[in-house]
Design a protein around this ligand. Structure first.
Ligand code: NAG
Length: 631
């Protein structure tokens, strides 16, 4: 009874309120509006799954092949707008410091404090014809003195690929003399870094005092990713010392013995005598750009530096035959790393797959386009009298090298794309760990070429009926008549876990996520760009667009774009960070993917590892003589 009388009191109150509202139309409208909005919001909560992806694509779906170039031109404009939004944010809140923190609207000085965002973004501004931004940026460059307090060190590798590479590529595009002068000045100030007995660079250098810093054991990517920058710098300054810096590194890596590592450069190097220090192999962190520069140095020198090409072919062979695996149930192709085991003589395959490694499909595709891969002997990449090299050559016999490189490019690019499409945000995680077997399904992962299961054994211990077994997958496929697309290649369907899936523990993706942040990194869109250019298949371009949409939806802030702390919940959780490579690489590759004719055809331009383009070099007879060009 008590409840009933409460109820009638409540009804009475409500009636009186309604009566009073009838005489106060403004208040009434306000109340009605509020009630209406609350109801809508309440309903929305019900009908929208709380943890599912935003609706993609934001534009209604059209078969990628049917999208006209005029639509792609609009999309390129959207990327340009994104660049302006982010750069204006940097100008407003972070100038003249290194990077904008796009949530707090403050700055950080994480790369020498000279304004790395400007240097990295210069050539993208030139390509996008952002003249006003470019003019202001050029003024900034002119004013920078490349100074550091005593006791501080410029990280050599990052300073070269971002600052030096940024100025040189902008110079190549605009021919503004300030850029060349400042590039030469920076290279001079960094030069003490080559004070090791071998001439491989130290980790860091103080550009004022010339003091150097770094361990005696150097990291591959950091000691062997300067060849493009210094070779081009030598071309435009005419200075032999720059040429020698690049050539010394090339000579050291060509001279080294790779019998223990299948022809591939290991991660750690002794900077005293310039020899490999261990047998760890990786396509990703600490190694990536050194492998990349083998092919790119060959292309930059107008396909003259044959030794760099040969090392590239041997490297790709080792990556393909030993470090590429197929996952148990989705048959995703991935490339992983090999670390020497403490307990046994054999190295261990980690089955980690890094976002950083997603540059590799693009590099392989570039090689497919630019190299005579069907003529393996023409390239003379393997010395048949050298047992280790002959063994590597034997592994690929019977296959067209061109086919294998293209399949690897397509398969890996597909996996990189899926790592985005599998996530509720549509953006990919920084690192995955692939499962090696799914015994419940009777499925084992295994080597794409390697005659081993992913778990390491030559054969799985048991094999339940109906399961798949990937051992030496590509050769088995070929033996069985080679029908359809090769294992690991071809389109796969995304698997998006719901929140419940995540809580319960789902396995349908074939991998777990080791690092779930998205750092606005470029590697996947870089490869989508190259796959689109090399194959002409619009689906690669379409995927790049979907990634751009996800960037707009999940990472945009009032002042810029923010890394995500996790890609596993939608909307993404932002981090207060906007790296300079977002300007140099991510937005540049997206822009290049969407515009019509490329301003950077690969037979005329080579992009450094920070996506800074340098024109292909033709040495004059006089330069060949003076530099003693050996190729
Ligand atoms: C590097 O090489 C030098 C010369 O061969 C050798 O003396 C030194 O011990 C090596 N460094 C390490 C850490 O092995």
């Amino acid at each position: 009874m008590q409840a009933d009388s409460d109820m009638s009191m409540y009804r009475h109150q409500l009636y009186r309120t309604w009566l009073s509202l009838r005489h106060r139309p403004q208040l009434r409208n306000w109340v009605y509006g509020t009630v209406m909005l609350s109801t809508l919001y309440f309903l929305y909560q019900f009908i929208s799954p709380s943890d599912s992806r935003q609706t993609f694509p934001l534009e209604s779906y059209v078969e990628p092949e049917l999208v006209p170039q005029s639509v792609w031109d609009n999309r390129a404009e959207r990327v340009k707008k994104a660049f302006q939004h982010a750069y204006h944010g940097w100008e407003q809140y972070a100038a003249p410091h290194d990077e904008l923190k796009p949530i707090s609207n403050t700055y950080q000085d994480n790369f020498n404090g000279w304004g790395v965002t400007v240097f990295d973004g210069l050539d993208t501004m030139a390509l996008m014809k952002l003249d006003h931004e470019y003019k202001r940026a050029l003024k900034h460059v002119e004013d920078v003195e490349f100074k550091l307090e005593e006791g501080k060190y410029a990280p050599y590798f990052e300073t070269v690929i971002r600052y030096l590479g940024g100025m040189l590529s902008a110079y190549a595009l605009t021919e503004d003399p300030i850029l060349l002068r400042k590039a030469d000045e920076l290279a001079r100030k960094l030069d003490p870094v080559f004070g090791t007995p071998s001439g491989l660079p130290y980790y860091g250098v103080n550009p004022d005092t010339g003091a150097t810093q770094g361990p005696a054991i150097g990291i591959l990517a950091e000691i062997a990713s300067l060849q493009l920058e210094y070779t081009y710098l030598a071309k435009v300054t005419g200075k032999k010392e720059h040429f020698n810096r690049a050539q010394n590194v090339i000579n050291i890596i060509n001279r080294a013995n790779y019998d223990e590592t299948g022809g591939m450069m290991p991660i750690r190097w002794n900077t005293t005598d310039g020899t490999p220090f261990d047998q760890s192999l990786s396509a990703g962190a600490q190694a990536d750009s050194a492998h990349e520069y083998l092919l790119k140095q060959y292309l930059l020198t107008a396909k003259r530096d044959q030794e760099s090409l040969q090392l590239y072919i041997r490297t790709a062979t080792q990556l393909i035959t030993e470090l590429m695996y197929i996952s148990p149930t989705r048959h995703l192709l991935y490339v992983t790393d090999k670390v020497p085991s403490r307990t046994s003589h054999t190295a261990q395959i980690s089955h980690r797959f890094e976002h950083l490694s997603c540059f590799l499909p693009g590099l392989l595709a570039l090689g497919v386009q630019e190299l005579p891969l069907d003529d393996i002997d023409f390239m003379d990449a393997f010395d048949k009298d050298h047992p280790a090299q002959r063994a590597q050559w034997e592994k690929l016999r019977g296959f067209s090298l061109r086919d294998v490189h293209l399949w690897a490019a397509q398969g890996l690019a597909q996996t990189c794309w899926l790592s985005y499409a599998d996530m509720p945000t549509g953006l990919g995680p920084d690192e995955m760990l692939f499962y090696t077997n799914m015994p419940e399904q009777g499925a084992w992962g295994g080597g794409w070429f390697a005659p081993k299961t992913a778990a390491g054994g030559a054969r799985p211990m048991t094999r339940t009926g109906g399961g798949t077994l990937w051992v030496d997958a590509l050769r088995s496929w070929k033996r069985s008549g080679a029908r359809g697309v090769p294992p690991g290649v071809g389109d796969k369907t995304p698997v998006v876990y719901s929140k419940e899936d995540r809580v319960r523990g789902a396995f349908g993706r074939d991998y777990s996520i080791k690092k779930d942040e998205y750092l606005l990194r470029p590697e996947t869109v870089e490869s989508l760009y190259l796959l689109w250019k090399v194959t002409g298949e619009a689906r690669w371009r379409d995927r790049a667009w979907r990634i751009f949409e996800a960037i707009e939806v999940h990472t945009k802030t009032p002042a810029g774009y923010a890394s995500l702390r996790t890609v596993q919940t939608s909307p993404g959780v932002k981090d207060d960070d906007m790296p300079s490579y977002f300007f140099a690489e991510t937005l540049k590759y997206l822009y290049l993917t969407f515009i019509g004719d490329t301003p950077l055809p690969p037979d005329k331009w080579v992009l450094n590892t920070e996506a800074h383009p340098f024109p292909v070099i033709q040495w004059t007879a006089e330069e060949r003589e003076r530099f003693r060009v050996g190729y």
